[in-house]
Design a protein around this ligand. Structure first.
Ligand code: NDP
Length: 288
């Protein structure tokens, strides 16, 4: 927490249910302290029914803004007055800004975070060069598909256990998106420039996702949005096949950067190793 907070301080936060394990307060407060801002970033955990009341209560700018996490991202978009193009395309908001005139702006920085993660951990990756495969068809998959389409991907192939959910996203995002079942992974992986796990499979305590990574081209970059554990069985398999990999913590930090700028009007200061802080909080070591 910032030690220089005064009555004029700016307040932002993260809202989720649960929010107890969110890394966002650690990340944002480290940046606030390093930048010497008169500001603080706090967690909010309303009941699922209480989210709308919390958001409505902040109308008028009682606080500057909120990051939004599970399960409120879709509701956050619905409550906002002015959604950004990214939030509309993703069908969800992970960022709300409260304007002094009572308006609420919704944005989605998860897509930017995903692309930033590729830029930092797979330098030279070109999203326009080859089809992108996304595993899963929840909110995270939809946001990733929208982000890669906006970045110029020639085709996005969404593979999901429940094919109908992939079809719904394809219908909503348009012609360059194909919807398939997970059993079509081998054919979908052929020629792919990237494969992204946006399912919750691989989370600590859950089963791993079994897909034929070896069917991807040697140049394919493999990414997992899950970061608990940091090296999921999916990423371990990709590394064993010699593929370059990108982890979910890089995406989490990537989405926090534009959020911080939106809240406080300055970019996060350089020289703060928020990844090391996050890993320490998770009780994890850097991937080796
Ligand atoms: P949802 O609950 O909306 O979607 C979950 C998806 O996972 C569905 O497509 C579901 O398939 C699939 N799934 C779950 N278990 C399995 C399994 N055993 N085998 C195959 N498919 C499975 O979640 P979200 O879209 O919100 O999030 C997905 C993941 O991304 C989560 O782990 C989340 O923590 C992570 N995430 C990470 C972020 C980051 O910054 N690193 C940001 C956002 C999300 P079906 O439809 O068939 O049920």
């Amino acid at each position: 927490m910032s030690s220089s907070l005064t009555g004029a301080g700016l307040v932002a936060g993260v809202v989720g249910a649960p929010v107890r394990h969110s890394l966002s307060p650690i990340i944002h407060n480290a940046w606030i302290a390093a930048a010497g801002l008169d500001a603080v970033y706090v967690p909010f955990s309303p009941s699922e029914a209480g989210f709308a009341a919390l958001v409505t209560g902040f109308r008028g700018g009682a606080i500057r803004g909120l990051n939004v996490t599970l399960p409120f991202k879709e509701e956050a978009l619905a409550l906002a007055d002015t959604p950004s193009a990214a939030a509309q395309a993703a069908g969800a908001a992970n960022l709300l800004l409260f304007e002094a005139d009572g308006g609420i702006i919704a944005d989605n920085t998860d897509g930017a975070g995903l692309l930033a993660a590729f830029a930092s951990q797979a330098p030279g990756f070109d999203p326009t060069a080859a089809p992108v495969v996304i595993l899963g068809a929840g909110g995270a998959a939809r946001g990733a598909a929208a982000a890669f389409l906006a970045a110029g991907a020639p085709e996005v192939r969404i593979l999901n256990r429940t094919v109908a959910r992939a079809e719904t996203i394809a219908l909503s995002l348009g012609g360059r998106v194909a919807a398939l079942g997970l059993d079509a992974a081998e054919q979908a992986f052929a020629g792919a420039g990237a494969v992204i796990n946006a399912t919750s499979a691989g989370l600590t305590g859950q089963g791993a996702l079994e897909v034929p990574i070896a069917a991807t081209p040697a140049s394919c970059v493999v990414m997992d949005m899950v970061y608990k554990p940091l090296q999921t069985p999916f990423l371990a398999q990709a590394e064993a096949e010699g593929r370059r990999t990108v982890d979910g913590l890089a995406m989490l930090i990537g989405q926090a950067v534009p959020s911080f700028t939106a809240f406080f009007g300055v970019r996060p200061p350089a020289g703060v190793d928020v990844r090391a802080l996050a890993l320490k909080t998770l009780g994890l070591n850097e991937r080796i």
